[in-house]
Design a protein around this ligand. Structure first.
Ligand code: SAH
Length: 218
């Protein structure tokens, strides 16, 4: 695991990443500021430390990947985050996206199906003094005890929209989810307009690891 030390060099690289994200179309200054604060290299194996701030996805163990910075920023922007929002994240993975959401002042509930990733993310996120609620479990079930949520963010590719998650979204709430079978998904932004009515908008093609049922203990 990483040394959890931040340096002047890392801070400089973060500034460059922010410029790149802005160039790619990320407009929300609060999101760019959050990328300035959260040290992405803490979430990666030391072998990748030097590239931590390039716009790349990396292996984080258990065959999973940390999302590209652009994807994290883009999904976060689609969520139209407000301070104090209750956000459900499916796929904690490294905990990087979780930390960005925490830095934006939201109350995060995040679920991961791999127990080793769940534990590693817990360690880093707490080291950064964020306090999301992290669960080891199957994201298809959501978190009924903590529902309803203002926002739901799915960070793995879902074969279809999980109906249980729609139920756990507040009216006027937003769900951002990559949907599609196979290796590519369409990014969808779903707004819950009423108990049973939803609007759906598509935002391009992305590649995520698949959303799978059941938990994995190691
Ligand atoms: N947000 C993460 C992205 C990690 S990749 C980050 O910033 O690093 C997506 C993650 O979703 C993987 O860790 C994978 O194990 C997890 N996942 C897949 N299906 C899941 C499910 N049904 N419930 C919870 N997590 C799931």
């Amino acid at each position: 695991m990483q040394h959890l030390k931040d340096s002047f060099k890392h801070k400089g690289k973060r500034k460059q990443l922010i410029l790149a994200l802005a160039d790619m179309g990320i407009k929300d200054q609060r999101i760019l500021d959050a990328f300035d604060v959260v040290p992405r290299h803490f979430f990666l194996d030391t072998a990748f430390e030097d590239q931590a701030y390039s716009n790349m996805a990396f292996q984080i163990g258990s065959g999973q990947t940390i999302s590209h910075p652009y994807t994290v920023a883009f999904q976060t922007e689609l969520l139209e985050i407000q301070k104090g929002d209750k956000v459900l994240e499916i796929g904690t993975g490294s905990g990087f996206q979780t930390s960005i959401l925490c830095e934006l002042g939201t109350k995060v509930f995040s679920i991961e199906r791999h127990s080793d990733l769940h534990l590693a993310a817990k360690h880093v996120v707490h080291h950064l003094n964020y306090s999301p609620k992290l669960f080891f479990g199957d994201g298809y079930k959501g978190s009924p005890l903590n529902a309803p949520f203002d926002k739901i963010l799915v960070t793995c590719g879902a074969p279809e929209i999980p109906q249980e998650l729609l139920k756990q979204l507040k009216v006027n709430g937003i769900m951002v989810i990559p949907v599609g079978e196979g290796t590519e998904q369409k990014m969808l932004k779903i707004i819950k307009q009423g108990e049973t009515s939803f609007s759906k908008e598509e935002f391009g093609t992305f590649k995520f690891v698949p959303m799978l049922e059941r938990t994995v203990n190691k």
